[in-house]
Design a protein around this ligand. Sequence first.
Ligand SMILES: Nc1ncnc2c1ncn2[C@@H]1O[C@H](COP(=O)(O)OP(=O)(O)O)[C@@H](O)[C@H]1O
Ligand SMILES: [Mg+2]
Length: 347
Amino acid sequence: MGRVMLRMKGIDKSFPGVHALDHVDLEVEAGEVHALMGENGAGKSTLMKILTGIYSKDSGTIEFEGQEVNFTTPAKAQEAGIAIVHQELNMMNHLTVAQNLFIGREIMKSGFISDSMMNKEAKKLFGRLNIEIDPSEVMGNLTVGRQQMCEIAKAISRDARLIVFDEPSAALTETEIEELFKIIRDLRSKGMGIIYISHRMDEIKVITDRVTVMRDGTYVGTLTTKDCTKDDIINMMVGRVIYEEPKQAGSVKGDAPVVLKVEHLSAGKMVKDVSFELRKGEILGFSGLMGAGRTETARAIFGADRKDGGRDLHQWQKSRDKDNRGCGQSGNRISVRGPEALWTCGV
Ligand SMILES: Nc1ncnc2c1ncn2[C@@H]1O[C@H](COP(=O)(O)OP(=O)(O)O)[C@@H](O)[C@H]1O
Ligand SMILES: [Mg+2]
C-alpha cells in the first residue's frame, strides 16, 4: 500500500424520494484492494457510478491522483484512468475478442481495419496479464468469467490505474473466481488501486486489504481486513443487534413424518456441515445474509455443482412416508451424482 490515490469526501446524492448517499467518504491507496461493503441498497453502486461519471453528484469532492475531478461521462473517467467492470458486461457478442478490445480505436493498416494487427496486440496484452484467451475467438463463445477478463484487459489497455469491480463474482464459478483473484493480485502488485464490491464475506477476507462499510447511504467506517473478523464487518453492515422474535408454533405436527433429512452436508467452499429435516406438509425457510451459502446449499442437495469429474460430492439421507410411492425405503442413503439421481426419487 502507499499513497492515497482516490479521495471521495462528503458525497451526497438524492434520487426522487431516495436519499441514496448522505455525505459519504472513501479513500483508496495505490496498491491496495479496497472492499466496499453494505447491504443491498446501501449505496455502493451509486457511489461508484458517481466516481465513474455515470451519475452526477449533488455535492462533495473527488480527488484522483492529487487533482480534483468531476467526470460527467464514463468516457471522461476512463480517459483519466478510472474504469468500472460491471456485473452485466458491455461486450459486443458477435465481434471477436480483439475487435471488442479495440472498439472505437481500431488499428488501421492502409486505410483498413487490421484484424491481424489487433489480434497481435491483444495477444501481447493478454501475455502481460497472464490471461489465456484467443483474441480471434468470438466474444459470445466465452464464459462470463472470460468475458470479464477481457473487460479488465480492455481497461488496462486504456491505461486504467484504478479499477472498480461491482459484484464481479456473482456469476462466476469457483475456478473463475480464483483466476480473477490472480489477476487482481497482479494488478495490485503493479501499484494499481482496486475497489471490490462483493457480498461474499469469504472473498473479502481473501482478496482485500481494507474494507469500507456503508449502511443506508452513509459511511460507517473503514477497517484493515486482516485485523477484523467477519462478525465485525457484519455488525457494521447491519448496525443493530438482530432482534429475535419469539418462536411461534408452526402448523406442522411434531410427529409429522420426515420426508427429507440432510446430515453433515458439505460442498465446495460455501457449504460446511449443513443438517436439517423437512417434515411432511412443512414449508422450510432458509435465511441468511447474501453469501451465507443458502443457494449453494440448495444446489448441493441437487448435485448441481458437480466437480472433480462427477465424483460424489456429498451424501444425504432421504426417508419417505410409507404411503408414498417412490423409490427407496425410510432412511435410504442416496449418493448424489447429479440432478437426475434425485428426480428418480421424487425430489
Ligand atoms: N437510478 C436510480 N433511481 C432511483 N433510485 C435509485 C437509482 N439508483 C439507485 N437508487 C436507490 O438508491 C439506493 C442505493 O442503491 P445502490 O447504490 O444500488 O445500492 P447497493 O449497490 O449498495 O445495493 C437504493 O435505495 C436504490 O433504490
Ligand atoms: Mg449494487
